[in-house]
Design a protein around this ligand. Structure first.
Ligand code: TRP
Ligand code: ZN
Length: 901
């Protein structure tokens, strides 16, 4: 098979579809080896379309059985059939088109379209999977009402599709037949069906307007004890969308189904969400605190799509961030509100800061590198070859930041008014990002006469992370402080191809700042007619100045509070100023940030020393700043766990001129151990003070205590104390929940001595071998372990439980190794890169979406030290030259080689 010549799709080329398809009837005769699909659609030529406009339908890997128009079968020459399309010419203005086709779910390893997992049938249609089920106008601006008939053998007793169940019967041949009807017009990417042997948990709730709705969570028989948290999370999501956005569930029935083979987290199909089982199943013995949090957040995310994505959908796939950025923002706010729920004001502020910190850590680890590399794209891309490659951190997480900035600029009430206006204008439509901003702008212009969001809109069309340089001048005589903000954002990725004349325009950046005196007290700021602790500066040109009066001495600035914009701040704090902010900043996010900057400086200095062959030594002032955070009684445990966490290798790499992951790993490890030695008594105290005896609860307070206690354990273990190993062994042996088991096991296999760690690993597998989600954890722990080499990874791949066909398993082993094992992956002999190339190609033959995600592990190769850069480039070229590459992988490796920094 030859690699297809890539076709680039451009946003500027959008054309409406010439036909409406108001109704679709789908009838499925389900069988693993040959499923027959009868698709009957009512097509109407659109008013503006020419009489000669063809009906062009997309199809992929389908066998055509018949085509009929208005009840008459077309002869073989009556249509044009190619590998990817079916074209009908000369249709009347209004016609019924009936297409019968066959597909083979059992052979579908891509997990797009209709496939079999664990003996049951599932579908995944976003973005372009519906064309693997039947020939259709597979694009989001064609919206239809669906009626679905499912027929299957009795071994598949549960038969589900979108909307309401309208009939169930037994056929004379013994099969079951059901009919579903979805009253809401939808694009085909929101179609779904599930058929199989499943159990479920359900509840009925009354919506705000008093309607009873049935909520159900389906999963494999035997797992019904693990769906309580998921169903409870769904109820919380439903309530939250009512109270915070006034949005109610519009169906009588809402279903979630868990499946073990799934490419991503979950999918928001109308009324029938399909989830990766990892985001549904949980109990104390098998799920960690992070799993519980992830489930609540993803359940929220998919549920919130019902309005932001389904009721108002995307005109085309360039608008993906319209639904994803907005829905991520909504799920982040949902989680923050849940975490702060029932707390007093100070505790609630800290809990919200913890959520904000976790989101920003994720953004910096994944999106900042993306925005600085060959795949850099605006949140609304201008072009793509494979849309599956654009479900990115930029579209999702930076997209959410762009929504958050609008929330910051308009305020909570203004943002809510903007959302109300968005639904008033666009309910039932397929629209653009610009339509969303226009709705928000209608509120902004009322709030801020004479201003608009025209500069703000550049966030949608320019890529890259802007850098904001801050200078501060203090005039003692005038008691005045002048703050200057200057922004820059040079071309990145594809933008560089536009040529040297391409100039990027300034962004509209909401920049929150505070000023502290030299004792760490907040200085009151007079800003826009009010006296505030935090001033929101709106930078809309390349450089602007603000002055603050009544400032007696040169203050210490607290910058970009709450991460008010997705930018990089340049300001030359002294270490003493950072220590002061870390100890006193009244904004908990900025307080965390100051400590992280201190740690970053420390680790980068250690990595330098390592590269120069000098002995490593930790700075006393840094250790003292950490001691102060660790022992501050006013800080809750969850916050302290974040404040004391060392910055991730991914974030640190962004700060190196030439990236050297092994040097960073050594530096980070050294510091972890050194902190363990120098703060041994304090860490031991934190370990003892933050035990959570009694029944397990995933609530933020006990989860925060576990996070701090387990962080303390990892430092004590890294320091190599015998006593620490005793604590870890004891915790492993007596843990009453998976968070504590995993933390102890991780410390033991990374830093432990003797037989115990290996024996524990073996016993852990034996205990959990029948639980795939726990086996994933077992693989992941080993894949990322400090001592794991390519050789170890290859041996793990021969384990009977390993398979490349299951994405969760591939992620647990291959992705963990390639993305999270600096020493093994970036060995100077290049063996890690050869392994990567091999696995990308092996996965590509099964599942191009997953292969393309792994392919991205080498995106930023050109910024590495030469000893690594050269073998990385060779591995990329090797993949690039492979015959029969998917469009997905082809786009990634080509761009990596072509748009390298
Ligand atoms: N729309 C889904 C979400 O964000 C994610 C999604 C897109 C997806 N494409 C997919 C999930 C393919 C699985 C497979 O919630
Ligand atoms: Zn989504």
């Amino acid at each position: 098979m030859r690699t297809e010549t890539p076709v680039t799709v451009y946003r500027k080329d959008y054309q409406p579809y010439p036909y409406d398809i108001p109704e679709v009837a789908l009838a499925f005769d389900l069988a693993p080896d040959a499923t027959e699909v009868r698709c009957t659609m009512h097509v109407q030529r659109r008013p503006g379309a020419g009489a000669d406009a063809a009906l062009i339908l997309d199809g992929e890997e389908l066998e055509l059985v018949s085509v009929g128009v208005n009840g008459k079968a077309l002869p073989a020459g009556g249509y044009e059939l190619s590998a990817h399309s079916l074209v009908l010419h000369g249709l009347p203005d209004d016609a019924t088109v009936e297409i019968v086709s066959r597909c083979k779910p059992s052979a579908n390893s891509t997990l797009m379209g209709l496939y079999v997992s664990g003996g049951n049938f599932f579908t995944q249609c976003e973005a372009e999977g519906f064309r693997r089920i039947t020939w259709f106008a597979d694009r989001p601006d064609v919206m239809s009402r669906y009626r679905v008939t499912l027929r299957a053998e009795p071994q598949y007793p549960v038969l589900l599709s979108n909307g309401n169940l309208i009939a169930t019967r037994q056929l004379p041949d013994g099969r079951n037949e059901v009919e579903w009807e979805d009253p809401f017009p939808k694009p085909c990417y929101l179609f779904a069906l599930v058929a199989g042997n499943l159990t479920h948990r359900e509840t009925t709730v009354k919506t705000a307007s008093g309607r009873d709705v049935l909520l159900q969570v389906y999963s494999d028989p035997g797992s019904e004890t693990k769906t309580e948290w998921a169903l409870d999370s769904l109820v919380r999501a439903l309530r939250w969308d009512e109270s915070r956005f006034g949005l109610e569930l519009d169906l009588d029935r809402f279903m979630i189904v868990a499946v073990h083979d799934f490419n991503m987290g979950a999918m928001e199909n109308k009324g029938l969400n399909i989830f990766n089982a990892a985001y549904v199943l949980a109990d104390a013995d098998t799920a960690t605190d992070a799993n519980y949090e992830g489930i609540e957040s993803v359940i929220g995310h998919e549920y919130f799509h019902n309005w932001t994505g389904n009721r108002v959908t995307c005109r085309d796939w360039f608008q993906l961030s319209l639904k994803e950025g907005l829905t991520v923002f909504r799920d982040q706010e949902f989680s923050a509100d849940m975490m702060a729920h029932g707390m007093d004001a100070a505790a609630a502020a800290s809990a919200r800061a913890v959520k904000r910190i976790d989101d920003v850590v994720a953004l910096r680890a994944a999106q900042f590198p993306e925005d600085a590399g060959p795949m850099a794209h605006p949140i609304r891309p201008e072009s793509y070859q494979e849309i599956g490659n654009f479900y990115t951190a930029t579209v999702y997480e930076k997209g959410a930041e762009v929504i958050r900035m609008q929330h910051t600029l308009l305020g909570e009430d203004g943002f809510r008014a903007g959302m109300d206006e968005y639904f008033r204008r666009h309910d039932g439509q397929a629209v653009t990002c610009d339509d969303f901003v226009a709705a928000m702008e209608s509120v902004y212009v009322r709030q801020h006469p004479g201003r608009d969001l025209s500069v703000f809109r550049r966030w949608y069309r320019q890529a890259g992370t802007p850098r904001v340089t801050v200078t501060l001048e203090h005039d003692a005589a005038a008691r005045r402080c002048t703050v200057t903000l200057t922004q820059a954002c040079p071309p990145v990725g594809v933008e560089k191809k536009a040529g040297p004349d391409y100039v990027k325009a300034p962004y509209h950046i909401p920049f929150a700042i505070g000023l502290l005196d030299r004792n760490g007290r907040a200085l009151p700021l007079r800003h826009e007619g009010a006296v505030v602790d935090t001033a929101l500066l709106e930078l809309t040109t390349q450089s602007q100045q603000w002055t603050f009066d009544d400032i007696a001495e040169a203050p210490v600035p607290s910058l970009l509070r709450d991460f008010s914009a997705p930018v990089i701040v340049d300001y030359d704090w002294s270490d003493e100023e950072l220590a002061l902010l870390s100890a006193h900043d009244g904004n908990p996010f900025a307080r965390w940030e100051a400590g992280q900057e201190l740690a970053t400086r420390q680790i980068l200095a250690l990595a330098d020393a390592r590269q120069a062959g000098r002995t490593l030594q930790a700075d006393t002032a840094f250790i003292e700043a950490w001691r102060a955070l660790l022992t501050d009684p006013k800080l809750d445990a969850a916050f302290r766990a974040r404040a004391l966490a060392l910055p991730s290798e991914k974030t640190l790499a962004e700060r190196m001129r030439l990236v050297d992951p092994p040097a960073l790993a050594v530096a980070r490890d050294f510091l972890r151990a050194e902190l363990g030695r120098q703060l041994e008594a304090e860490f031991r105290q934190a370990f003892d003070d933050n035990q959570t005896p009694g029944a397990y609860s995933p609530a933020p307070v006990p989860a925060g205590r576990r996070a701090l206690k387990n962080l303390a354990l990892s430092h004590l273990m890294a320091a190599g104390e015998q006593e620490a190993q005793r604590l870890a062994e004891q915790q492993y042996a007596t843990a009453g929940n998976m968070t504590d088991s995993m933390a102890a096991l991780s410390s033991l296999i990374n830093y432990g001595q003797g037989e115990f760690p290996q024996e524990a690993l073996t016993a852990f597998y034996a205990r959990w071998s029948d639980n795939p989600l726990v086996v994933d954890k077992w693989f992941a722990l080993q894949a990322a372990a400090r001592s794991t080499t390519v050789q170890t990874a290859r041996e793990l791949m021969t384990h009977p439980a390993f398979t490349l066909r299951n994405p969760n398993r591939a992620r647990a082993l291959i992705f963990q190794f390639c993305l999270n094992n600096a020493r093994g992956m970036h060995h100077p002999d290049g063996s890690g890169y050869a392994f990567w190339a091999e696995q990308v190609l092996a996965l590509d033959a099964l599942n191009p979406e997953i292969a393309a995600r792994l392919a991205r592990a080498l995106d930023n190769w050109s910024r590495f030290v030469p000893t690594l850069r050269i073998p990385m480039q060779a591995a990329l070229q090797q993949v690039r030259q492979h015959e029969g590459l998917s469009r997905n992988v082809h786009e990634i490796v080509s761009k990596a080689l072509e748009f390298a920094a």
